[in-house]
Design a protein around this ligand. Sequence first.
Ligand SMILES: [Cu+2]
Length: 345
Amino acid sequence: MLLLNHALFAISVFVAHVAAHGVVISFTANGKTYTGEPNPDQPTGAASPIRAVANNGPVVDVSDKNMACGASTKVATMDVPVDAGSVVSVQWTKPWPHQWGPIITYLASCGEPCSKITDPTNLTWFKIDQLGASNTSDTTWVQGTLLFKSQPVQLTIPDKLKPGYYMIRHEIIALHNAMNKGGAEFYPQCIQIEVKGNTGNLVPSSGDMVHFPGEYQANDPGILVDVFTPKSNEPTYNVKKDYQFPGGPIPKLNPDSGDAGSSAAPSASSSSISTTSLRTTSSSSTGVIPSESASQVTATSILSTSTAQTPPTASVSGTCHAKRGSIKRRLESVSHVCDLNGFAG
Ligand SMILES: [Cu+2]
């Protein structure tokens, strides 16, 4: 009997791990909650602003077109109203099964209802939010303290943003295997909104716009990273101090200067970009900003053309990392089961 119990436990660990991962199950904005497709295997086709994905697994190749909005993402039918400056919330599968890694959110202007955008890889995005360390400790992640406990992620839509249709690209990166190249798990998912209340004329600079795929590289310091090994002189990995978010800093928005005049804004924003070393824009993403979006942003393209970026070397090596990783993975699988059992009562 004991043996049988062990066998069943082993099977349940396996099943839980396969069934783990997750999707955005609901989105709340302006006091309304919209449901997505909580079970990609059995889509209901219900009206939603949340773009459904084909499965709940991660994207692992940073050059995969699914980096834009998730696995074989489908156009959603609704473009839902959201006030600029308001807090929206995103609920992932309960409980979210992973505990290490950031949660990053971008916006892109669709130029028309986002429900008309069939290929999100053409969109140009700007970052509006990034969450790393939890509020309670510099060594734990929001992903582990909030999502792992079935809580939603709360985000603020930029105050005084220029009105219009925007796609939200909301992304969890799970880093439990990220000590090996290609081990980071990306869970991007997109939500279609119309920013129409409390708006202003703020827009990102063209130099702050990024593409997916394109913006992330497999060896970015926030993607190829061992989050279980402390940096020197620290007892544990310090998320707040040690983690470098991929995709650059959150850019400052500036008044839309239109086509002419108003020279103040662009230079101010360019200085805030060029001084940061976090920016890892690659040659593949420094190319052309589609004219559609270029006309909406404030002049002065300052896309970095630097090709001299040195990839981090030496941060990952050998067997001790792999071993550590597999131990962690096993622990994580077990904790899935504990949690799932807990939720099943
Ligand atoms: Cu997973």
